[in-house]
Design a protein around this ligand. Structure first.
Ligand SMILES: [Zn+2]
Ligand SMILES: [Zn+2]
Ligand SMILES: [Zn+2]
Ligand SMILES: [Zn+2]
Length: 281
């Protein structure tokens, strides 16, 4: 006689890969699992459904199963196409803490979503583009990091579509430029001057810094433009475009466009710093 599936009062349904659902009681139990028990036997990567096992029980992730032509990489049995339903059901019910719990993230995420959560987690350590800054900030925007941890970086307020002088001191690594918007508030830009990229000159680049990571609807609707100019003895160098908007840097920043200012262009006034003009709108 076929057994009927028992329904659990107050159960939460958890979806599996092929549309099946597993019922779990709302009252969770806490268990400690050695991480190796949740890894693929072949690549040691995260086990995510569908999971397969060979006739001897070796467990493989779907990626490894296809790559080996359905031969078990451990025991070389030919067939690895058996779904391991028990493990799939177990994983579907697992919630794990975020890797950045120690940084302040309180999220408990489904085991299969752990990597994607952590790649965008607000508490993941982020990079600072300022030369010499090795700080890894987390739980804050890049703008927040710059405002809180870089008092040496100057602040300049400018009006829209007005060419403004940002005379940079010799060795000044960056400048925060606040564009006062007509309707109130400000958009914040970062001008970086980097001497480490090119010999005998400096590279300048501009990005816009998001004020917040999530609530940026109004800012996103507006398109910003920048133009920076450096006047030297041979003429004026300029760069213009739409600035990239940055909330946090989860990898070291590489500017896609920058202005190269050769030292020879500024030889006439080596002590005066860098005469930069900026027009933001
Ligand atoms: Zn694998
Ligand atoms: Zn095997
Ligand atoms: Zn997190
Ligand atoms: Zn920094």
């Amino acid at each position: 006689m076929a057994r009927e599936k028992r329904s659990v009062p107050g159960a939460a349904a958890i979806k599996l890969e092929d549309g099946e659902t597993a019922a779990h009681e709302k009252r969770a139990v806490s268990v400690t699992v050695y991480p190796g028990a949740l890894e693929c036997d072949v690549c040691y990567g995260t086990l995510t459904p569908p999971l397969f096992q060979c006739v001897r029980g070796h467990l493989t992730c779907s990626t490894c199963t296809g790559e080996n032509g359905y031969e078990c990489a451990w025991c070389h049995e030919q067939e690895t196409t058996f779904r391991c339903r028990v493990m799939e059901h177990l994983l579907a019910g697992l919630n794990v803490p975020c890797e950045f719990k120690h940084k302040g993230c309180a999220a408990m995420v489904p085991y299969g979503d752990k990597k994607s959560h952590e790649s965008s987690c607000f508490y993941a350590p982020c990079y600072c583009p300022i030369r010499g800054c090795a700080a890894r900030y987390s739980g804050v925007t890049l703008l927040g990091h710059l405002e809180n941890n870089h008092p040496e970086i100057g602040r300049t307020h400018v009006k829209p579509a007005v060419v403004s002088s940002l005379m940079m001191c010799d060795g000044e690594p960056a400048r925060l430029v606040y564009l006062n918007l007509d309707g109130g508030g400000a958009a914040v830009f970062l001008l970086v001057v980097d001497r480490s990229q090119m010999p005998a000159g400096r590279t300048l680049w501009v990005v816009r810094l998001k004020l917040e990571l999530v609530k940026e609807e109004q800012e996103q609707q507006k398109e910003f433009r920048y133009k920076i100019m450096v006047a030297g003895k041979a003429g004026i160098l300029s760069l213009s475009g739409e600035p990239e908007a940055i909330g946090r840097l989860t990898a070291p920043y590489k500017a896609s466009s920058f202005l190269f200012v050769p030292d020879v262009m500024l030889d006439d006034h080596p002590d005066q710093g860098l005469p930069v003009l900026a027009e933001l709108s």
